[in-house]
Structures are given as structure tokens and as C-alpha cells.
Design a protein around this ligand. Structure first.
Ligand code: BV8
Ligand code: ZN
Length: 262
């Protein structure tokens, strides 16, 4: 394991070589890649209105059953936060990397659209997105109204809209704890983790399954693994290169030193 932290960050020559030689790179991102865009991560303490709630307690079908207005209000607040956020240099560096490596599979656990807004064209959302609400009864997609961009009028409870077809409540288009991941997206990313020769994990605590199993498969296959994260994770000792620090600084540095002429 080769641990480099920002400040002393010099991208190891072996990592530069591995990236240049890679046939298939998987990049898996978590909430940490959007942190520098101002979006709080799952482990951060929530702020403001949501301070007394834990995300994992709200991101469940049970919570929506019990208090649909609270859960819908939380997601509408997050949708407004995402609408106001901008992609950061980590998202743009990942897009640039995708244009240079031979093949990249980009998977994210995030429900925002910042990779897409940074220009990444194929993004596999393993946990859905806040942009695709649907009917909790008949499953019909729901066209969410244009998100207010102002923070004013933030309120804790917002009654979810009702389906025009069956009258059931509309729910956020995300994967909640205890729910299955979208089959097609999972199959693509799982196959990529078994095929790749380099796996990069960015901004995730690697605690939520089955997404957290992907890096572990790459480690078990003994391919080159890279973790770019602010905090250590339980995988540190088994990862080839642990680059500790903000993704918004490390990733542009990585792209710049691997592809200096571009
Ligand atoms: C499933 C969408 C099959 C919603 C999310 C018991 C019963 C049932 C299931 C389970 C069980 N035990 C375990 C499970 C599986 C469960 C699970 O893993 N639980 C965990 C808590 C142990 N998983 C599931 O339920 C999954 N489904 O298993 O289905 C099934 C079905 C029925 C019954 C059994 C099995 C579904 C999981 C998906 C849940 N939905 N999100 C929403 O967003 O609201 S998960 C959510 O948390 C995120 O999407 C993300 O994936 C996850 C973890 O968050 P991270 O992205 O890692 O963020 P985190 O805050 O944790 O870490 C951020 C990191 O970034 C930190 O390390 C920090 O240091 C770093 N960082 C911060 N700033 C920066 C930075 N790094 C770099 N730069 C920075 N600037
Ligand atoms: Zn319906």
C-alpha cells in the first residue's frame, strides 16, 4: 500500500504507468465527489432543517410509509440543493480521464446529476437519481415540476403529489435501504468490476452494499486499485494506492501528471 496525502502528493510513477497501460478502468464515486460542490455526504452531520435527522433513517420505504411528507420534503430540499450546485473539479477531471483511457465504466452511488453536468456521457446510477420520481402504486414515471432554485420557503413537510392514473403517492426515484438496485445498471457495473484492470474509488466510505462489494472484487482479483478519499476506510490496507485528500485537488493532479501534454 502506498499512501500519499495532498500537499506531499506526488502521483507514484507506478500509478501513472498503470493508468497509461490500462485497458479498462472502473471509476466508482460516492457522496465525497460532490462534497466540494456543497452537497453534504451521508456521514456528514445534516445541517439546518435536517440537523436532527440521520439520512439512513429517512432513505427507507418504511420512513416514506410512516411520514411521506417528511421524506418527500427532504428529497425536494435535496433536489433544490442539487439544482443550485455546480460540478466541481473532481467531476471534470473524471470526465477528462474518461476521454483519455481506452475504456472507462463510470458508476456512481450519488443521486445527483453532477457527473452528467460535467460532461460525462455514460453514468451508471446504482442508487437512482432524484430527477426520476415515479408512482409508488403503478410505477408510472412522474414529471417533477421545475425545481425552485431559491432556498426560501424551505419547509420540513411537503405532501408528495398523487399519480394522475391511480392516485397513489409519487415517490423519489432513488434506491432506498432494503430495496434492490436497478438490475441493468448493477449487471453492467458488476461485469465491469470483474473485467477491469484498474479500479478507482472516489469519495465513498465503502460501507453500503452491494456497491461496496465492487472494490472488494477488484482487490480479490489483484488488479491495481486506487482510493481517493478524505478519510481512511477499512479497505486502506488492501488497496494499491491510497491517495488521501479532497477529490477536487487529487483528481485534476492525477490527470495532469498522467497526461501532461493534454
Ligand atoms: C440491498 C440512495 C438487497 C438514497 C443510498 C440488512 C437488511 C437489508 C439490507 C441490508 C442489511 N444489511 C446490509 C444491507 C444492505 C444495505 C447496506 O449496505 N446497509 C449498510 C448501511 C450496511 N444495502 C441495501 O439495503 C441496498 N439494497 O441490499 O438490496 C436486499 C433487499 C432486501 C433485503 C436484503 C437485501 C440498497 C443500498 C442503497 C441505499 N441508498 N442512496 C439517497 O441518496 O437518499 S445509499 C447512500 O449511502 C449513498 O447513495 C451511498 O451509496 C451510501 C454511502 O454513502 P457514501 O457515498 O459512501 O457517502 P458517505 O457519506 O458514507 O462517505 C463519503 C466519503 O467521502 C467519506 O469517506 C468522506 O471521508 C469522503 N469525503 C468527504 N468529502 C470528500 C471526501 N472524499 C474526497 N473528497 C472530498 N472532498
Ligand atoms: Zn400510479
Amino acid at each position: 500500500m502506498d499512501v500519499r496525502t495532498v500537499g506531499a502528493l506526488r502521483i507514484p510513477e507506478e500509478l501513472r504507468g498503470a493508468l497509461r497501460a490500462a485497458e479498462h478502468v472502473v471509476v466508482l464515486t460516492g457522496a465525497g465527489v460532490s462534497a466540494e460542490s456543497g452537497l453534504s455526504t451521508f456521514r456528514d452531520r445534516q445541517t439546518g432543517l435536517w440537523e436532527r435527522f440521520k439520512p439512513e433513517d429517512l432513505a427507507t420505504a418504511g420512513a416514506f410509509e410512516r411520514d411521506p411528507a417528511l421524506v418527500w420534503g427532504w428529497y425536494e430540499w435535496r433536489r433544490a440543493q442539487i439544482a443550485r450546485a455546480l460540478p466541481n473539479s473532481a467531476h471534470t477531471a473524471i470526465k477528462a480521464l474518461g476521454e483519455r483511457v481506452r475504456l472507462m465504466t463510470l458508476a456512481t452511488q450519488n443521486v445527483d446529476d453532477l457527473h452528467e453536468r460535467a460532461g460525462s456521457t455514460v453514468v451508471h446510477h446504482l442508487h437512482g437519481t432524484v430527477a426520476d420520481p415515479f408512482c409508488s402504486g403503478c410505477g408510472r414515471p412522474f414529471q417533477a415540476p421545475q425545481q425552485r432554485r431559491d432556498a426560501s420557503g424551505e419547509q420540513l413537510h411537503l405532501e408528495p403529489p398523487r399519480c394522475s392514473d391511480c392516485g397513489a403517492r409519487i415517490r423519489p426515484g432513488v434506491v432506498w435501504f432494503g430495496e434492490m438496485l436497478p438490475r441493468r445498471e448493477w449487471d453492467i457495473v458488476e461485469r465491469a468490476a470483474m473485467d477491469c484492470d484498474l479500479f478507482i474509488s472516489v469519495g465513498t466510505s465503502a460501507l453500503v452494499y452491494p456497491a461496496a462489494s465492487l472494490m472488494r472484487r477488484a482487490i480479490a482479483r489483484r488488479v491495481t486499485t486506487v482510493q481517493i478519499n478524505l478519510a481512511h476506510t477499512e479497505l486502506d490496507s488492501r488497496i494499491t494506492f491510497v491517495l488521501r485528500g479532497p477529490a477536487g485537488s487529487i483528481l485534476p493532479e492525477l490527470v495532469k501528471c498522467v497526461y501532461p501534454d493534454q
